[in-house]
Design a protein around this ligand. Structure first.
Ligand code: DGY
Length: 323
């Protein structure tokens, strides 16, 4: 039987690339350079499956293909707002993602960011490395206690719930949740959490706010100037969701004028380019989109794509079909 042809758009963990090659006729992007729209169009006209990832830009232009060969895009990553949904539907391309397997590691990074900004770990590290540390003193780099504080979680899917688990059971935090749909009472009870209806209800009540909602047009600038103004002036904002969820210009103003306590971001609007004003803010921690960056999660993500492909080419409905 002829093996389906598969294009992997970026380098994946070696163990997954090797496993893929056992079943499929695999083409790897050995240079690991992101594909341009024209290269996506060529790929969609040529390969049975394209396996993109969250930083690929697969808008309508990249999917403007008259005779598609591609039947499935097995996305490596949980977010898929980078794939034009209407084009995928028009071309009849199935799209899958990789939920679950990265939830714990992404929540770990959100908690890392929360602790770093509260305890001024980024500032401290910069000071030590610059050779500017003059020694312990009672007033040096005084931060904010985390244990027992109130955490607001916007988006209470799998990652939001893992964040709640860490914060509530690890740090005794009180959890308030805002989510598009009603969260089951038993799920809320696991974290002794309370659900509120709107973002406006949540923000003024929290010492920390952590974003775990999807990106894309629907949530662009969900956290905008007026909403940032609802945060307490000593509260902290954490983002491991998508950069576009925050209006970064408004956030920069809030940080520069100390109108909130600080922010900690793993994702940026237009990343990897960073708004240069953000880098001027000392009350900001920045990480380079590390949410799922563990060997365990990244391998599991790859194997999850493989399962979805196997199901698809065996004529079964893939477990993680999103389009
Ligand atoms: C995702 O999967 O959407 C993350 O942003 C990358 O792990």
């Amino acid at each position: 039987m002829v093996k389906p042809s598969v294009l992997v758009t970026r380098r994946w963990p070696a163990a997954v690339e090797a496993k893929l090659a056992e079943t499929y006729n695999v083409t790897l992007n050995t240079g690991d350079i992101p594909l341009a729209p024209a290269e996506f169009r060529d790929a969609i006209a040529k390969f049975d499956a394209v396996l993109p990832t969250v930083t690929d830009k697969i808008g309508a232009d990249a999917m403007d293909v008259r005779k598609p060969q591609t039947k499935i895009m097995g996305n490596y990553g949980v977010g898929y707002s980078h794939i034009c949904e209407s084009s995928a539907k028009r071309l009849g391309v199935t799209v899958t993602n990789t939920p679950d397997v990265l939830s714990e590691c992404t929540a770990d990074i959100a908690m890392t960011l929360l602790l770093m900004i509260a305890r001024r770990a980024g500032e401290g590290e910069r000071e030590v490395r610059a050779g500017e540390w003059t020694g312990w003193r009672p007033t040096h780099l005084i931060g904010t206690k985390v244990s027992g504080k109130t955490l607001g979680i916007i988006g209470f899917g799998r990652i939001g719930q893992e964040m709640a688990r860490r914060a509530h059971h690890g740090f005794g935090m009180k959890i308030i949740v805002q989510n598009r749909s009603k969260v089951k009472t038993e799920v809320l009870a696991t974290y002794n959490a309370t659900q509120v209806d709107t973002v406006e209800d949540l923000l003024p009540q929290c010492d920390f706010v952590s974003l775990h909602c999807p990106g894309g047009a629907a949530n662009k600038h969900l956290i905008n100037g007026p909403r940032l103004n609802l945060m307490r002036e000593d509260a902290f904002l954490i983002n491991t969701a998508r950069g576009e969820v925050i209006d970064e210009r408004a956030l920069t103003q809030m940080l520069m004028f100390d109108l909130i306590g600080g922010a900690a971001l793993d994702v940026f609007d237009g990343e990897p380019k960073i708004n240069p004003d953000l880098a001027q803010c000392d009350n900001l921690v920045m990480l380079p989109h590390l949410g799922s960056a563990t060997r365990e999660a990244r391998e599991a993500m790859g194997f999850r794509v493989l399962n979805n492909l196997d199901d698809f080419f065996a004529g079964r409905e893939p477990q993680d079909r999103v389009i």
